[in-house]
Write a protein that binds this ligand. Structure first.
Ligand code: F6P
Length: 356
């Protein structure tokens, strides 16, 4: 059996663990397994850069962060645009696939990657997608791999801020990744005991944020910790069109939303505010035990789907079970936090402010 494999988009913990799961699963049921590992995501597939790998290459990588295949961003929007030498990228990917006589492509990645996987499916290739991203925003799966590992790191960051915040009587902002959604901030914020959590799905009112800080100081709490999603947006800005908002952001002098919020709080309250951005550390290090188990299960389920020749699916985790979800039903959809979800209500019940 000849399988192609690639990891595309921003990396995360457990990519290697997931590939290991697939290969171990296949190796147990297939006699002659050849794995073509494409280097740096779709780039490798477009330009025919690959390594021929065997099962042993996937041994001992359960705990290793990053991806042994490398990754890169190849925006879906530009897939139909020829490269600088006029190469048709989609045709080039198909050519590589057929030249290598592959049975299928195992594609590990987030939303953009999934859209391209679906495009390749429409073009007649056999694909299996595994849902990777620390953002947890892939529609059709309860959880993506990388998410739980990133929660641990972002929570650690908030934990560390706690002690210094208490010593200095300051307001601290920890900016959490997550692209356009607030899953990571919500979970790390609750786990780290943040007092205020700002996520894109619940646009904030800066006066409400300030009120929440004042309420804490009146109650004798010397410090306040905000977990702010990198995509957090004010109520005002949320009313703008996408285009208008982009223009607005381009005009700003702040490196990110947290610095703007910090500035506003300082001006309104005269309090010192500090911003911490753990940034890409959230994607680094070895996968959490949860992610290792998740990826072993998703990998094994992917191997079974390949053996069954049931292609064109994302291998998802739904209600604690692995599930084959047709790519045509999920590609291009985003899973966002529901502002009315029970978790939000419970957080509010214990006094966490969402600035709304
Ligand atoms: O999608 C994962 C993610 O880490 C997002 O949370 C973040 O917005 C983005 O990637 C950062 O991308 P890059 O690594 O290209 O800077």
């Amino acid at each position: 059996m000849r399988i192609g494999m690639l990891t595309s988009g921003g990396d995360c913990q457990a990519l290697n663990a997931a590939m290991r799961g697939v290969v171990k699963g296949l190796n147990n049921s297939v006699d002659d397994l050849k794995i073509f590992g494409f280097e740096r995501g779709y780039k490798g597939l477009i330009y025919g850069n690959y390594r021929l790998l065997t099962a042993s290459d996937f041994s001992g990588i359960l705990t290793r962060g990053g991806t042994i295949l490398g990754s890169s961003r190849q925006p879906f929007k530009q897939m139909r645009t020829p490269d600088e030498n006029g190469l048709d990228k989609v045709e080039a990917m198909k050519q590589t696939y057929f030249d290598l006589n592959l049975e299928c492509l195992v594609i590990l990645g987030g939303n953009g990657t999934e859209k391209t996987a679906n495009l390749l499916r429409e073009e007649g290739l056999n694909v299996i997608h595994l849902p990777k991203t620390i953002d947890n925003d892939i529609y059709g799966t309860d959880v993506t791999f990388g998410f739980q590992s990133a929660i641990n790191i972002a929570t650690d960051a908030i934990d560390c801020i706690h002690t210094t915040a208490a010593s200095h009587n300051r307001v601290f902002i920890v900016e959490v990744m997550g692209h356009k959604v607030g899953w990571l901030t919500l979970y790390a914020g609750i786990a780290g005991g943040a007092d205020i959590i700002l996520i894109p799905e619940i646009p904030y009112d800066i006066d409400k944020v300030v009120e929440a800080i004042e309420k804490r100081s009146k109650a004798g709490k010397g410090f306040t910790i905000l977990a702010v999603a990198e995509g957090a947006i004010s109520k005002q800005d949320s009313k703008l069109s996408k285009k208008e908002y982009k223009k607005e952001v381009a005009k700003r002098k702040y490196p990110s939303v947290s610095y703007e919020i910090a500035d506003l709080i300082e001006k309104k309250l005269g309090t010192e505010v500090r911003v911490t951005v753990p940034g890409h550390t959230q994607r680094g290090g070895s996968p959490s035990p949860y992610d290792r188990v998740l990826c072993t299960r998703l990998g094994a389920a992917a191997a079974q789907a390949i053996v069954d020749k049931d292609f064109g699916n994302m291998i998802a985790m739904v209600d604690g079970e692995t599930k084959r979800v047709p790519l045509k039903d999920v590609a291009g959809k985003l899973k966002t936090v529901d502002p009315d979800a029970t978790i939000i209500k419970e957080a509010k019940t214990i006094g966490i402010s969402f600035g709304d």
